[in-house]
Design a protein around this ligand. Structure first.
Ligand SMILES: [Zn+2]
Length: 1193
């Protein structure tokens, strides 16, 4: 409802209004035929029906006026309502009826076209409807007859623009030479008819939504023409209308360059240089700034594809996979960039025919348990992984402290032979299978016994990175390692071996002197653990941070503010590389595959050949700028994202720019405040062994690189950041996220075991299986030792529900390991909650499901080139042993009636903030998938929500709103879904921890550090108390003070789940979109600008401030007063005669009452127009924004 004049007006009132007070309607001649509509129809429907049937001009005009008033006063919802009532069809019918006459009545046609443009703009099916009504070509024809008549031409062009939202309509118009006709309407710079010129360019751009039209335009050579037009308009016009035209021209170029041929044409016609030049003038601040962004995006898009400077896209690391003739699979799946929606359980591809194709909508499939993937008789072998069930706890009978506790007596299992499935080889292929038998089970001793033999043996793993070794050599005389020296020797290798023992003692001394006390970390123990780790390249060097240890920095680290226009600036710098060679060095300074590489003495040094390391190549681009190329996942040629490398030889306080140029994810939290992490050796030696968030000028955008082989259609993204190092000649490490190596896990488990109280904590580390390279995959059992060996206590122990936690199936998600570290340390601690949890549950943890991937620095896969979290349906015992046996353990627990109460797989998420869970729910899946199944009578235990709800209360980083319980078919082979479906675990989750930080709670605006990640692991344990059936009887009341188990509301947060997590980036990152239109430059305002009055006055003064009130009668145009700035440079057809000229006076007179009635309405609209002030200002020069001259501007 809205006020209309003095009376109160409603939709149903429209008709009465029209009937009762409209003078023209009360005359018998103009009376609309209302009998056509049933009594139930709304006034609007009657109006529309009348519009289609009315034969006379006046009543039609009146209806159009009323409709226009209705629609322009309200919101879009009104127009949507009108569309739903057949408004578009009615207008199209009226257009066809009026327009196909030999001499159309333009008094009627013009408002009709205007209204159609406004309505059609909001009707997604307008194109199809126009075709059905025969209105598309009719409008094109009307345009052709009015090329000399700016106002009419503009109206036709807007309608054509609107019709072109449909591909078939755009093709139809294109096939009927619409493109040529419209292109010819676009003149060189002029100050006249800017409205119509803009309408022509916009219509042209709209027609370019189809492949056929783009091809046609490119083949006709229009790209060059459009570029010249842009240059011309850009050079001359700084007034808003001309800038609008520049925008429209850029939009045309954007559309044309969707095609390869279009991009090539733009480049060959000097488009990049032209855009680069024009953009530089834009930056001078002359009112053209708004053109910069679309120009830069156009440059970014059109920079010629450059293959990565690699000999092959395949990983530098390959490993002979059992059962495969070649280590390297021949055919690669082509990742489809468009499917990259969510991060983690990413729907990358559906290579194999999906047997669960309709999983999301089929209730039976959701509820049916698939058949087991293996025979039952294979399950008993897993009984050994349930030591708590067979352990006799004899030591509990002794009065004194047990000499050999339960834990230590059987805990040498991490040294035991690999019993299941996997390879027994403990050495990598390059290692010649050296025996592992010599290992001392005590890690401390091992370090002492190992001697340096050759560079690539594991024994020389006592070394740290080469740059650090140089530092140590410098520091040998106990002098601080800060003097600048000559570049390190290149005959390092020989020297190295002789150096080694000296190096070791120096490191020992450094440790004594500078080593920080890091909980659950022991450098020598780490070294010993690393010495036994198998890797494809046979790593012999430790990254210093892993060895020395990391402590979270004392304070919180806020997200990095995004510098305005940073992406634009970076793309601009990249375009410079294409246009000029000044200052461009382009020299390879690091190559993982070529250790003999010489590089200039003043360039940075890089190194990545250590556990978890990933950097394949570094190219010095400019003096202080480096392109970095990441190594694809082993045995694969994709999944590049994770990086971890050493950098040295830097000069302090100089901003170095790093560009990681072959990232594959389509967006990243690096665009939303996330920073990479840095570890400085110098800082560590001075007592600050911290990984810290670092880097400025960070941004992530699609680039022009393509794979070296050129086969895949991969799109690469650049992560760029700048770092000013604090110290000269430091040795630093940079990583995508806090590294956590496989060796760190092994060392950590050992230390945990040594630190815990074996009288209370039952802790067993066993080997689940060996990996492909023979690394043991640990599985840990944690529970409370029984109070006594009495029947009751032993019975309670053996009936504790199981909780199974897994993690790090995706190697690039190192945050998952830090969360797992928190969980493990808490579960083994003396905290009363931990004690209660141990008394309530048996925990089975597989902290690292993908050790091989982690060791070899892959991002997503195992050595098989497969995503292990897509193998759970039918895991291969040879190729995916860790998944096969974890699933086997779950089957076994199932078979002995000990199905886990909770299963959770820890992951990291690179594109969302906060920590959240994915769970499984039949009902929510059916709802969200739009299934037709009626869920009303469907019973489902809502218990799957308990843990997320509890976490929302307990864990500051956790966000309930980000949780989701959808069982998507694309996730049907993930751990979460398989454990839920096949094992019947109600609470089966994926936990996603952000790589960035939080946007809610007390950590809002902060990046997560390892402290917060570990805290999350602790809080997850806390939340498990919420699923104990009877907290009080099971355990003492002391828990209540620790954990508030109130399940009632969570009203402190709104529950708008499932919405996208990211606000739009300051700068557009949706690269496929057209260049953004300047604010307010919408079709409506353009159309409104054309309806200054219903009279068809001609405005030759389009550009000179408008001529409101000038009432040249239309009849003079094209005859006595040819337009000075012509809309049409090459008139092709004569304008049609205007026969209705003399009828106009009485008509406008008759309309007067209506205009009068409109007055209050226009007044009401004033605040709106005030809000739109910039727009109105822009419109002013176009001559006549005002409705009836009453709008203030
Ligand atoms: Zn993951």
């Amino acid at each position: 409802m809205f006020g209309y004049g003095r009376s109160h007006f409603t939709w149903n009132g429209t008709l009465r209004e029209l009937e009762g007070s409209c003078p023209s309607c009360s005359s018998g001649r103009g009376r609309p035929r209302m009998t056509a509509s049933p009594s139930s129809s709304s006034g609007l429907e009657v109006l529309l029906s009348t519009l289609q049937n009315a034969g006379d001009v006046e009543s039609t005009l009146n209806i159009l006026n009323v409709l226009d008033e209705l629609l322009s006063a309200g919101t879009d919802r009104r127009i949507q309502y009108m569309i739903s009532k057949g408004g578009s069809e009615a207008l199209l019918t009226a257009l066809v009826n009026t327009g196909r006459s030999f001499s159309p009545n333009y008094t009627l046609l013009l408002p009709l076209l205007h209204l159609l443009a406004k309505v059609g703009h909001r009707d997604r099916r307008i194109g199809v409807k126009a075709e059905d009504a025969g209105a598309a070509l009719l409008t094109l024809n009307l345009l052709r007859h009015n090329v000399q008549h700016a106002r009419r031409a503009a109206a036709c062009l807007w309608v054509i623009q609107v019709f072109s939202s449909s591909v078939s309509t755009a093709n139809l118009i294109g096939a009927n030479h619409g493109l040529e006709d419209i292109y010819r309407l676009i003149p060189q710079y002029t100050t006249k008819h800017l409205h119509a010129i803009k309408a022509a360019i916009d219509a042209f751009a709209a027609l370019l939504c189809t492949k056929a039209n783009v091809c046609s335009v490119v083949s006709k050579g229009y790209v060059s023409g459009l570029l010249r037009l842009y240059e011309d308009w850009h050079g001359k016009g700084t007034q808003p209308a001309a800038v609008g035209i520049c925008h429209s021209l850029l939009r045309c170029l954007h559309k044309v360059t969707h095609s390869t041929a279009g991009r090539q044409a733009l480049v060959s016609q000097g488009g990049i240089r032209l855009l680069y030049g024009t953009t530089q003038t834009c930056l001078l601040g002359n009112g053209l700034e708004s053109l910069v962004e679309p120009s830069v995006q156009l440059m970014r898009k059109c920079l010629p594809k450059t293959p990565l400077p690699l000999t092959s896209d395949r990983s530098a690391y390959s490993f002979p996979v059992p059962g495969r003739p070649h280590a390297v699979p021949e055919v690669e799946a082509e990742p489809d960039e468009k499917t990259e929606e969510s991060d983690d359980e990413e729907a990358e591809d559906n290579k194999e025919p999906d047997f669960d194709d309709d999983l999301e909508t089929d209730l039976n499939k959701l509820r049916t348990r698939p058949d087991p993937d293996r025979p039952k008789d294979l399950l008993p072998q897993y009984s050994r992984l349930c030591p708590e069930l067979s352990h006799d706890f004899q030591e509990l009978g002794l009065s004194s402290e047990p000499e050999e506790s339960s834990t230590s007596s059987s805990s040498s299992s991490d040294e035991e032979d690999v019993p299941l499935g996997g390879s027994r080889c403990r050495r990598s292929s390059r290692d010649g299978g050296r025996s592992a038998a010599s290992h001392d089970p005590e890690g401390h001793a091992a370090a002492a016994q190992l001697e340096p033999r050759d560079f690539h043996s594991h024994s020389s793993i006592l070394s740290t990175g080469p740059s650090f070794r140089t530092k140590v050599r410098e520091a040998r005389d106990e002098a601080p390692a800060c003097q600048r020296e000559e570049a390190q020797d290149n005959d390092e290798k020989e020297e190295e071996i002789a150096d080694e023992s000296h190096h070791r003692t120096t490191i020992d001394r450094l440790l004594e002197r500078h080593g920080a006390c890091i909980p659950h970390h022991e450098p020598k123990l780490y070294r010993a653990a690393a010495a036994k780790t198998n890797s494809i390249p046979g790593f012999s060097i430790l990254a210093f941070p892993d060895f020395w240890g990391h402590l979270p920095p004392p304070g919180h680290e806020p997200m990095a503010p995004r510098k305005p226009n940073i992406q634009r600036q970076k793309v601009f710098e990249d375009a410079q590389r294409f246009l000029t060679t000044d200052g461009i060095i382009n020299q390879v300074v690091f190559d993982l595959e070529d250790s003999s590489l010489q590089c200039p003495s003043d360039s940075l040094r890089f190194f990545s050949k250590f556990e978890c390391g990933n950097l394949r190549k570094a190219v010095q681009v400019r003096r202080h700028e480096y392109d970095l190329i990441l190594n694809a996942d082993a045995n694969s040629s994709q999944h590049t994202q994770w990086f971890y490398f050493e950098v040295s030889n830097m000069v302090a306080d100089v901003p170095y720019r790093f560009n990681v140029i072959n990232c594959e994810k389509s967006n990243s939290q690096f665009n939303y405040g996330m920073q990479p992490v840095l570890y400085s050796v110098r800082e560590a030696l001075e007592g600050r062994p911290h990984w810290v968030r670092t880097g400025t000028e960070i941004c992530y955008f699609r680039n022009h690189f393509c794979p070296a082989g050129g086969r895949r259609k991969t799109t690469f993204y650049t992560l760029t950041f700048s770092i000013s190092f604090k110290h000269n000649e430091d040795v630093c490490y940079l990583a995508y996220h806090y590294p956590y190596t496989y060796s760190a896990l092994k060392a950590h488990l050992k230390l945990l075991q040594e630190a815990l109280d074996p009288a209370t904590v039952f802790f067993q580390q066993q080997v689940l299986c060996g990996t492909l390279t023979g690394n043991p995959c640990p599985v840990v059992t944690v529970t409370a030792c029984p109070a006594s060996r009495g029947w009751r206590d032993m019975h309670q122990l053996r009936n504790r529900p199981c909780i199974v936690l897994t993690g790090r199936v995706h190697p690039g998600e190192s945050n998952a390991s830090w969360v797992m570290k928190g969980t493990l340390e808490f579960l083994c601690s003396s905290d009363p909650v931990a004690q209660s949890l141990r008394e309530a549950f048996v925990f089975k943890l597989v902290p690292m499901l993908n050790p091989d991937g982690v060791v070899n620095g892959t991002n997503r896969c195992d050595l098989n080139g497969e995503d292990l979290n897509r193998q759970w349906s039918k895991p291969d015992p040879v190729l995916s042993p860790t998944i096969y046996h974890t699933k086997g353990l779950l089957y076994y627990l199932n078979s002995i009636g000990r199905t886990p109460l909770v299963f959770c797989d820890y992951h990291g998420h690179s594109r969302k903030k906060n920590v959240f869970l994915y769970g499984c729910s039949v009902k929510e899946t059916l709802w969200q998938s739009g299934s037709a199944v009626n869920t009303v009578g469907l019973k489902e235990d809502p218990g799957y929500r308990t843990i997320p709800k509890t976490l929302d209360r307990l864990a500051p980083a956790f966000s309930f709103n980000s949780c989701n319980y959808l069982v998507e078919k694309s996730r049907s082979a993930t751990a979460r879904v398989v454990v839920w479906r096949e094992m019947g675990v109600l609470r089966s989750y994926t936990m996603e921890s952000t790589h960035n930080g939080c946007d809610q709670g007390i950590y809002k605006g902060l990046q997560t550090g390892t402290r917060e990640l570990q805290e999350m692991g602790v809080k997850f344990c806390h939340s498990l108390l919420s699923v104990t059936k009877d907290v009080k009887t099971l355990h003492s009341q002391r828990l209540i003070s620790h954990v508030d188990l109130d399940h009632s509301g969570l009203d402190h947060k709104s529950h708008t789940c499932f919405e996208d997590d990211e606000p739009p980036c300051v700068e557009e990152i949706e690269y496929s979109a057209d260049c953004p239109a300047p604010e307010g430059a919408d079709l409506d305002s353009d159309v409104n600008g054309n309806t200054a009055s219903a009279d068809e006055e001609d405005e030759d003064g389009d550009g000179d401030g408008g001529r409101r009130g000038a009432k040249h009668r239309r009849g003079s145009v094209g005859q006595s007063q040819p337009p000075r700035g012509r809309l049409i440079p090459h008139p092709t057809r004569p304008a049609s005669a205007e026969p209705l000229g003399e009828r106009r006076t009485p008509l406008s007179e008759r309309r007067t009452p209506l205009s009068e009635r409109r007055t209050p309405l226009s007044e009401r609209r004033t605040p709106l127009s005030e809000r739109r002030t910039p727009l109105s200002e822009r419109r002013t020069p176009l001559g006549g924004v005002s409705v009836n001259g009453q709008m203030k501007s």
